[in-house]
Design a protein around this ligand. Structure first.
Ligand SMILES: Cc1cc2nc3c(=O)[nH]c(=O)nc-3n(C[C@H](O)[C@H](O)[C@H](O)COP(=O)(O)O)c2cc1C
Length: 264
């Protein structure tokens, strides 16, 4: 959160995190750029409503609903490390209520495996917070999200962590742009891309192909693990330097990017 403020980028608070929602938010600075909550849709709508109300009360500016991992992928390293544990019914209910990651094989205690577009309509009936659909993988779903008036989509394969061989965000981007253009919906919904963004040139390529912004996962984790807050600040600075240099080298002086304009 602090590094995001220093470098003027959005911080998306994870639903499952080592620090609590309130602790993370307490690190916001007065000039903090928007903070969004990444949300897994809990089987209990009461739990989801409590999360929505907490975001509204705390001034979180958008909800990013993760739709690409309503059920777990085959995570062999997790299996080898025996992360998947079978819990009794009482423990599972407790885990679901607290939003923790405890799970039984083939399911997640904190996620509704039946997640579908009706749930997105349910969110819209409950809150005026902008909705971002995280984990879109094809043009048809991008069009559906735009038709449902979602504010943004994140083209993502969950950092290659859930469905083996699923396409990366950048691979899906041209199809999504084409599908939105064909329906006259390009520009109506913001498009973000994540997965494998490691260089300024990756950002420039995503924007050139029609994205409004990119997301970073592992680079933040690695920088944080090695150097803490300073590491994330430096990582973001390097990316900005590389982006500027790449723009100079291809003769671009300005990016017409409206990233997170919807949320200001
Ligand atoms: C350790 C780790 C945990 C993650 N946890 C979540 C999560 O709880 N919810 C979610 O929507 N995405 C999660 N992701 C995926 C990221 O939000 C993002 O889509 C992905 O990491 C982007 O790809 P990259 O790591 O190549 O930058 C996680 C990624 C990593 C590396």
């Amino acid at each position: 959160m602090r590094a995001a403020a220093s470098e003027g980028v959005v911080f998306m608070i994870p639903n499952l995190s080592s620090k609590s929602f309130d602790t993370i938010l307490s690190a916001r600075s007065p000039d903090q750029p928007p903070s969004w909550l990444q949300i897994y849709v809990n089987p209990s709508k009461e739990v989801v409503l409590a999360q929505i109300r907490a975001c509204e009360t705390q001034g979180v500016q958008a909800l990013a609903i993760t739709v690409d991992s309503a059920v777990p992928g085959k995570r062999e390293r997790d299996q080898r490390n025996k992360i998947a544990v079978t819990l009794g019914a009482a423990k599972l209910a407790e885990a679901a209520a607290s939003g923790t990651s405890a799970r039984k094989p083939g399911n997640y205690a904190n996620r509704d495996p039946g997640l579908n577009w009706e749930d997105i309509k349910w969110f819209q009936a409950q809150t005026k917070l902008p909705l971002i659909i995280k984990g879109v993988q094809c043009g048809e779903d991008a069009v559906l999200a735009a038709k449902l008036n979602c504010q943004a989509i994140i083209l993502s394969n969950h950092g290659g962590r859930n469905l083996d061989t699923s396409r990366s965000g950048i691979e899906v981007l041209p199809e999504v742009v084409e599908a939105l253009k064909a329906e006259g919906l390009f520009g109506k919904i913001e498009i973000y891309v994540d997965g494998g963004v490691r260089r300024g040139t990756d950002i420039l390529k995503a924007i050139a192909l029609g994205a409004n912004a990119v997301g970073l996962g592992k680079p933040a984790v690695y920088s944080m693990s090695a150097y803490g807050e300073k590491g994330i600040v430096r990582m973001l600075q390097i990316l900005k330097e590389e982006l500027t240099q790449a723009m100079q080298l291809v003769g671009v002086s300005k990016l017409k990017v409206n990233y997170f304009t919807t949320f200001q």
